[in-house]
Ligand binder design. Structure first.
Ligand code: UDP
Ligand code: MG
Length: 320
């Protein structure tokens, strides 16, 4: 008997694409069931991440009309990563394996076949990696690739050009749930789980409809989250820069004393003022970065829930 697959799709204000996404995913699921690659109990699970538009109403309607579509409603917007985790945790109660993908059809659905092949070959995690960034704007390409390089340089293991299109077995998801951090950055955490894993390459398309839910502000926040959640190297670099500046200032003081002994008068107020500003700036920057980590510790110690589910639509009739 083939294994049960749940495709988990986080959705935030996705009413423009949802019908099309549901249509294509259902067709894919049914083909896979027919080919006996997955069990007929396989489902698509839409997670509504506190959308402000008609997304949840559409999910409810889709669930009513199709046996293959289930849904979860979060009580409010908690962000892509938390919505995804909520979906994976719920899916994992019934599924043997999960595949997560975006709602906007940017991820190539046909890569699912290759992912399944790798799963049946014994992989617990299969990462979807985009072949190129030709559909991205120049700005997005530069910032995104720079981000992956910076992350790896700072010591967090991420898979280059892999977003959140991935297959995970039940036990991989169960292990993911043991990572209790509130600042979720799945791309950094999942490689830490281990197990046999592999990569599937695919062409990432343009968003089918609607606008990106990741404006620059959210992207920068996400990047800062990723870096500070996985690396304390920035703190170490600050200490290093601080020590270097301190050594330079000692050398300067010695040089000035010698100069003064020789009877040279000091000139150049501008340079002094500049150094004061430079050092003042560096100190503030260092404090800021340290504060960033302390803030994180504060949030982590609260152990707040990462999401709260309002309703689950699944195969059983709702209990009234
Ligand atoms: N998303 C979400 N909650 C949010 C923001 C985004 O669940 O707060 C979902 C969104 O509906 C989509 C996925 O995350 O399915 C990726 O978002 P998007 O396609 O807008 O990002 P981009 O591809 O532009 O980076
Ligand atoms: Mg997208």
């Amino acid at each position: 008997m083939a294994d049960i697959l749940y495709i988990v799709v986080p959705c935030y204000n996705e009413q423009e694409v949802l019908y099309e996404t549901a249509k294509r995913l259902s067709a894919k699921l049914q083909t896979l069931i027919k080919e006996s690659k997955i069990s007929p109990k396989s489902r698509i699970l839409f997670v509504n991440d506190g959308s402000l538009d008609g997304t949840w109403a559409i999910i409810e309607k889709l669930h009513e009309n199709s046996q293959y579509i289930n849904g979860i409603n979060l009580t409010r917007n908690r962000g892509h990563q938390n919505a995804l985790l909520a979906g994976l945790s719920v899916a994992c109660e019934k599924a043997d394996l999960t595949i997560s993908m975006d709602a906007d059809l940017q991820d190539d659905i046909d890569a699912v076949d290759k992912m399944l092949d790798k799963y049946y070959d014994g992989c617990d995690i299969v990462y979807g990696v985009r072949k190129s960034r030709k559909n991205d704007s120049f700005f997005k390409k530069i910032t995104a690739e720079g981000f992956y390089r910076l992350m790896n340089f700072l010591g967090a293991q991420t898979v280059f050009n892999h977003a959140d299109y991935r297959l995970m077995s039940k036990r991989a998801v169960k292990n993911l749930e043991q990572f209790n951090e509130v600042n979720l950055f799945l791309r950094g955490i999942i490689p830490m789980i281990g197990y046999k894993s592999d990569i599937v390459y695919y062409d990432r398309k343009k968003r089918f409809a609607g606008k990106s839910k990741y404006p620059l502000r959210k992207m920068l926040h996400f990047a800062a989250e990723g870096i500070t959640s996985f690396s304390t190297k920035p703190i170490r670099y600050i200490t290093l820069i601080g020590s270097l500046i301190f050594i330079v200032s000692i050398i300067m003081i010695i040089a000035f004393i010698i100069d003064w002994g020789r009877g040279n008068t000091v000139s150049g107020w501008a340079s002094i003022i500049c150094s004061i500003w430079a050092i003042g700036g560096l100190i503030m920057l260092s404090l800021g970065i340290i504060g960033e980590y302390i803030g994180k510790m504060y949030l982590e110690t609260k152990k707040r829930p990462r999401y709260i589910i309002e309703k689950v639509l699944d195969d059983e009739e709702p209990t009234k």
